[in-house]
Design a binder for this molecule. Sequence first.
Ligand SMILES: [Zn+2]
Length: 255
Amino acid sequence: MVARAWRLFSDEIDRSRDSGCDVKFWWRDDDACRPDPALARLYALAGETGVPLALACIPAAAEPAAFDALPPSIVVIPHGVDHRNRASAGEKKTEFPERESVEAALGRLAAGRVRLEGIVGRRLLAVLAPPWNRIGPALVARLSEAGFCGVSTFGARKVESPAPGLRQVNTHVDIIQWKGGRGFVGAETALAMATRHLVAKRTGAADPLEPTGWLTHHAVHDEGAWSFLARLFEVTHCASGASWQRPLDVFRTPG
Ligand SMILES: [Zn+2]
């Protein structure tokens, strides 16, 4: 069954290419803040494969030592500000609840971005990946006031530019099974998610210009997750018509 999932995925890459839409992927990994063996393994994978990565770091918790060995293919993006759940009772987990004023959230976001930039310097890309992929439209509309040029959540985007000067590029494949153990979701499920997004783009059900985003969480990867990523990079590297985009290009502000 796993072999079939790989075949369907590869077939869809071919079909997309043949119908004139080359397959573009991008990679985001969440929850970095301190040096640890899982982060070192992520750096090794990114470094060895050369696949560009947007590393979403929690600004308030970021330790400078985490970025000492940052490979050249990685850029850092802010993952909220402190990753604290501020949801009211009954609201889904979010760092940016409706009851927090937009001004207060923008103030926190700008301070977090500046702190992270102070640590990683020019390796920072001002794209917000909100924790739990949740952020309200009123805050998105004003993100550029806090110095952001992009935003990234989960699921096919509705629009490319939700506000002037702001580009949205989401992730579409989450390789972690959050309910029930936090392990790898399995190759079949991950590949089916990716294939679904590619089909949706090819058939016009989703924005064909949005690169398909792979979301990983190095801290909770089991061996299955690590070996899947290695295979994914190998397979896509050899697939004609498929490429991994640099976050800098993915979030180039629309002209
Ligand atoms: Zn997170």
